[in-house]
Design a protein. Structure first.
Length: 291
């Protein structure tokens, strides 16, 4: 009997212990779990912030060379234009009051002014046309008509028209690259990012020897300065004036010139090229000098 009573007591104790570990009864609030493991890929809690990222800022959406268009919605009045250089891309920002207008951003062979249709002079070898509608800057924008940062890709932004609620700009780029367009609010902004270009070594060896110098000279040329840089013979004459005074320049080929000095035995052969054969500023530079 004592053995039987002992077995019964042990069974009752086991039942009580099993009840303590069972699930809550129906209708009862579940007990909160503490220190639950966080699945991989979820955001960290506010009490354990993630360390700041050192990766370069990436634009959104992804890079592409296709034209981007949005339908007109709100009328936007231009209030400012700014540009910035980042680790892997350059950025231009158009700021508006009233709302974000519809836009079209795409590559063209040349940017034409609205409404006259004249070619807008831009540096570079690729050109974006940017049109906002409905939009205007007639009474809201008091800044300059052009912005010339000469970044690795973004060289210049220039006004191309403000006519019948269509606000147009041309963007000169060092090369045709992928770009992205997105909008921001407070204030209203349309942001265009262009990827950094990978250019070959600059071919010039005299006077203009880097791409940066070349783009800056293109901007000056478009503004009416140093028009001789577009004429190969005049470029060779400028070289001769500093190296072989009183020399005679004669053309020996399409891009080759012979420079002969009045002094016996002094002669040079100059070869050159146009690094950018598009746009209004097709400058000619010297690439080889042999004597």
């Amino acid at each position: 009997m004592r053995s039987l009573r002992g077995l019964i007591v042990l069974a009752m104790v086991a039942g009580v212990l099993a009840g303590c570990g069972s699930a809550a009864p129906p209708g009862a609030s579940p007990r909160p779990r503490t220190h639950a493991p966080q699945p991989a890929g979820t955001a960290p809690s506010a009490r354990s912030p993630a360390p700041p990222s050192t990766a370069p800022v990436a634009p959104a959406p992804a890079w592409s060379t296709t034209t981007r268009t949005t339908a007109p919605s709100h009328a936007g009045y231009l209030t400012g234009i700014s540009a910035g250089q980042h680790a892997a891309f350059d950025r231009v920002v158009f700021r508006f009051s009233g709302g974000i207008p519809g836009y079209t951003v795409g590559y063209v062979n040349g940017v034409l002014s609205d409404p006259k249709g004249d070619l807008v002079a831009l540096p570079g070898q690729a050109f974006l046309r940017v049109v906002f509608h409905p939009s205007s800057g007639y009474q809201s924008y008091s800044g300059p008509s052009s912005l010339t940062p000469v970044f690795p890709t973004l060289l210049q932004v220039r006004a191309a028209g403000d006519f019948e609620s269509y606000l147009s700009f041309g963007v000169g780029l060092s090369q045709r690259v992928g770009f992205s367009v997105f909008t921001l609010a407070r204030p209203y902004r349309v942001v265009i990012d262009v990827a950094h270009a990978s250019l070959p070594p600059f071919p010039g060896i005299w006077d203009i020897t880097t791409w940066t110098q070349f783009w800056e000279t293109q901007v000056a040329f478009n503004a009416g300065h140093q028009p001789w840089r577009g004429n190969p013979r005049m470029v060779v004459q400028a070289w001769a004036a500093g190296n072989m005074p009183n020399a005679v320049v004669s053309q020996a080929g399409p891009d080759t010139f012979k420079v002969t000095s009045s002094a016996p035995g002094q002669q040079a052969v100059i070869t050159g090229t146009r690094p950018v054969p598009v746009g209004m500023a097709q400058l000619w530079v010297i690439t080889k000098i042999s004597s």
